[in-house]
Design a protein around this ligand. Structure first.
Ligand SMILES: [Zn+2]
Length: 134
């Protein structure tokens, strides 16, 4: 059976995404190379820039994991990558929680339960937001 041809499309943001094959549930697009499944954006990076140095990871500047546009990729130290990814996630959650708090005035416990943080973290956030109002 012939293999399905790879087809890519460029989004409005300039992201280069595969439209012929599905991305993995984690959002990354992987492709089989001689029986080895590889993350396609890493393959693209290597093709343009050479080997990825040990301990380094490829980060998407556009935050679109499916994107394979080398211009949207940068190489980062693995430990640093983890930190900024967690910070972004934390910040998003923090901002959503703040919005929810402004609209509904939940307790720290409720906030913790709704946003997947401990109740002390929820209470800490609330104290912070209250102090911003003063
Ligand atoms: Zn992109």
């Amino acid at each position: 059976m012939p293999r399905k041809a790879l087809r890519f499309e460029t989004t409005e943001e300039g992201c280069f995404v595969c439209t012929s094959h599905k991305t993995n549930p984690d959002g990354y697009f992987r492709k089989n190379f001689n029986g080895v499944s590889k993350m396609f954006h890493r393959v693209m990076w290597k093709h343009h820039h050479g080997e990825i140095p040990e301990g380094m990871e490829i980060d998407h500047l556009c935050k679109n994991r499916a994107c394979c546009n080398v211009k949207h990729l940068r190489v980062l130290e693995r430990s640093y990558h983890k930190v900024i990814t967690n910070q972004t996630r934390y910040l998003e959650r923090f901002q959503k929680a703040k919005q929810y708090w402004q609209d509904n005035k939940p307790t720290g416990v409720e906030l913790g339960r709704l946003f997947g943080v401990t109740h002390s973290c929820g209470s800490y956030w609330i104290r912070q937001w209250k102090s911003e109002l003063n």
